[in-house]
Write a protein that binds this ligand. Structure first.
Ligand code: MTE
Length: 299
């Protein structure tokens, strides 16, 4: 179902006026007049009947260890991040490497809104209306070579802007990776906004990854480098606790985390737990990517 609607933000929805104006600047920098942009809304079958989580839940209960390990730390402390202007370095097995500002990285792509069930490793889940672009559209324009088998993403390393990086809770900078076919899947998004507003710092401004069928830790925030590589990248959580986290991280109710069951999940804001769906409910769209693989071993 595709519903077109105007991207104009009603003043009642504006929680932070500077965010609103920054968004207009950003859209203008992409070559759009803010009013000319249409946001197709693609509500997927899985999330159609599900209630969207609130702005407060999505932007107030976060994991972003660069700003502390408490769920409310990112909202409190991510103000030191300066997401504009921002450049992303494109490296490795690719015909068009270079340093891209965001407008150049996304070119003339349209601004899309999708509603995704998004869940995190600690067995809570959320339904979030992310705004973003299919990563594949960006990748196609960068022209990876045939040697590119994986894509590696890296978060900014700057302890002045991200004070949590002064503590060695994780090996910094945060790194994530996808196999090329996962990166090219139309559900994989580079996210630049949420609820039709520019992405708040605590959610990974100005650009982060969302892979709806995987655990939340794959959704790397505040990306400064995209590297096309031959070998499987070493992602941060696997590097720091390989017995608990793997590379694939596909949502799988049958494979427990060593410290908790993944058979059920708790939707943020709800009391009762609910069964977790294989591939987070996107099995019809993505199970083919993993045909023949043992997903108990490749978790
Ligand atoms: N990206 C970076 N750079 N640092 C992080 O600590 N946490 C990950 C992921 N991306 C994290 C990150 C984890 S564990 C989760 S569950 C999601 O971000 C949380 O995204 P959200 O706060 O927008 O819900």
């Amino acid at each position: 179902m595709l519903i077109r609607r105007s991207p104009d933000i009603r003043s009642s929805e504006i929680t932070d006026e500077s965010l609103y104006w920054r968004r207009r600047d950003w859209l203008a920098s992409l070559g759009f007049g803010a009013a000319a942009v249409v946001m197709p809304r693609l509500a997927h079958a899985v999330s159609r009947q599900e209630e969207t989580n609130t702005w407060d839940e999505v932007t107030g209960y976060n994991n972003f260890y660069e700003f502390g390990t408490g769920k409310d730390d990112p909202r409190k402390y991510a103000g030191t991040l300066r997401p504009y202007p921002w450049t992303v370095s494109v490296e490795g097995e690719v015909a068009r490497p270079g340093r891209y500002d965001l407008a150049k990285l996304f070119g003339g792509l349209s601004w899309e809104e999708r509603v995704y069930r998004f869940r995190c490793v600690e067995a809570w889940s959320m339904v979030v209306p992310w705004n973003g672009y299919p990563l594949r559209e960006v990748i196609k324009r960068l022209e990876p070579t045939s040697n590119a088998k994986f894509v590696e993403f890296t978060t900014l390393y700057d302890p002045e802007q991200m004070p949590g990086q002064r503590r060695s809770i994780l090996p910094w900078p945060y790194i994530e990776g996808l196999r090329m076919d996962e990166a090219m899947h139309p559900l994989t998004l580079l996210v630049t906004g949420v609820f039709g507003k520019v992405l708040p710092n605590q959610n990974g401004a100005p650009v982060r990854l969302i892979v709806p069928w995987k655990y939340g830790f794959k959704g790397i925030k505040s990306i400064v480098r995209i590297r096309f590589v031959e070998d499987q990248p070493v992602n941060t959580w696997k590097a720091s606790a390989s017995h608990e986290y793997g590379f694939y991280a596909n949502v799988n109710p049958d494979v427990d985390h060593p410290r908790w069951s993944q058979a059920t999940e708790r939707r943020l804001g709800k009391l009762r737990r609910q069964p977790t769906l294989p591939f987070n409910g996107y099995a019809d769209q993505v199970a083919d990517l993993y045909r023949g693989m043992d997903l108990r071993v490749n978790y």
